[in-house]
Design a protein around this ligand. Sequence first.
Ligand SMILES: Nc1ncnc2c1ncn2[C@@H]1O[C@H](COP(=O)(O)OP(=O)(O)OP(=O)(O)O)[C@@H](O)[C@H]1O
Ligand SMILES: [Mg+2]
Length: 234
Amino acid sequence: MSDEKSILKIEGLDAGYGISQVLFDISLNFNAIGATAILGMNGAGKTTLLKTIVGEIIPDNGVIQFDGENSTTENTDKKIRRGMAYVPQENAVFNKLTVKENIILGANASNKKADIDMVLDFFPKLGERLGQQAGTLSGGERKMLAISRALIGNPKLIMLDEPTEGVWIGVIEEIAERLELLAKEISVILVEQHLELALKVCSYTYVLDRGKVALKGPSENVRKDTELLRLLTP
Ligand SMILES: Nc1ncnc2c1ncn2[C@@H]1O[C@H](COP(=O)(O)OP(=O)(O)OP(=O)(O)O)[C@@H](O)[C@H]1O
Ligand SMILES: [Mg+2]
């Protein structure tokens, strides 16, 4: 993957919560176009990694290079304005606000005008629910709304933390199809428990084990690696 343009490069990253270190010497590279999976068991450090990339956690060591600039200590606002988008694992939408208000807020966060039509082309079902309070959406609809909010600013990179968690299989397939389309245009980082979905959508895969990169490579190679099941089995 070295001959393709990189959007995000991480080198020697150590991070965690106070004295509790979670990530150890992590180095990763993400192409400007395409999808990359981050796999690993519960507690491996996947969410911590995304939070560190987006700037919610300041790393103890290492360098994060985003879109040609050193963004190791850059704050989250600035990263989002520069084209990074993040769909967190939990609490990704404002329950008391309507679908439309949530989408517009996503645009404000990225300093871009809301192009609601673009988002509704992507997930047409949300169009029927623009006036509905986000807290009353189904689990799958809420995930779609969270992705829409992140996309409205036209990001160069989108990170999704378990976008199919608790979602019915039909909607999982819809989300997977949309992510495959997105990955033709921008960089997609997908944290996923659903192994088959991750390997299908993502051409490259990293597997974390207790905060370290334990396995990496093109997804077709990772799929065949006998280490994979051991790393994902508690
Ligand atoms: N705010 C926090 N303060 C202290 N420790 C934390 C905090 N958040 C997470 N941790 C710890 O960091 C480790 C990694 O957690 P993280 O949420 O990154 O894992 P994960 O790979 O996303 O797991 P899951 O698949 O369950 O979402 C865990 O041991 C967790 O208990
Ligand atoms: Mg997590």
